[in-house]
Design a protein around this ligand. Structure first.
Ligand SMILES: [Mg+2]
Length: 162
């Protein structure tokens, strides 16, 4: 298992220049704990960040595993970007749809999300640039907390590799 191509604390830490430097002209975004916390609150300054990317001619699109149309569509409409629900990451299906929407080669697209086993693995399978961010609200359910622990252990191991 290879490392994510890049790791940041939160999406708002990634500058438009970072995308330019890596020849990335498109971005596919996860929602839960990447843009919106599990408490329903948006990440601080997230719309300003999205706008700064759009002004740098970077095309954005949401691919969420969520089925919550109300929540995702509200955010996507406010951010002025297309969205896909039930993306089934790490399977290719949903990411393929998003990629088709962006109409770009996978190597020019970054997939950004907070989960190694869904977002990063999905991006790797699609040969896209993978960016892992940190979840910013705690998991609610025992099973999710457990998954996080396994994921963190795996990430620590990967990060120790050269
Ligand atoms: Mg997520």
């Amino acid at each position: 298992m290879r490392k994510p191509d890049a790791q940041f604390d939160k999406v708002t830490d990634i500058s438009p220049q970072f995308f330019k430097d890596n020849n990335l002209t498109g971005v596919i975004l996860d929602v839960d704990n990447t843009l919106i916390g599990l408490d329903g609150k948006n990440l601080e300054n997230v719309f300003e960040w999205i706008k700064s990317l759009q002004e740098s001619n970077i095309k954005l699109c949401i691919a969420s595993n969520s089925k919550n149309r109300e929540k995702i569509s509200k955010f996507a409409n406010e951010a002025n970007m297309p969205f896909f629900l039930l993306s089934c990451k790490p399977l290719k299906r949903g990411l393929k749809k998003a990629l088709k929407e962006l109409n770009m080669a996978p190597e020019n697209v970054a997939e950004i999300g907070d989960q190694l086993f869904t977002d990063v693995w999905g991006a790797k399978r699609m040969k896209m640039f993978s960016i892992l961010t940190k979840p910013f609200t705690p998991e609610k359910h025992a099973i999710s907390k457990f998954k996080r622990k396994i994921e963190q252990r795996r990430l620590d191991k990967i990060n120790k590799q050269v």
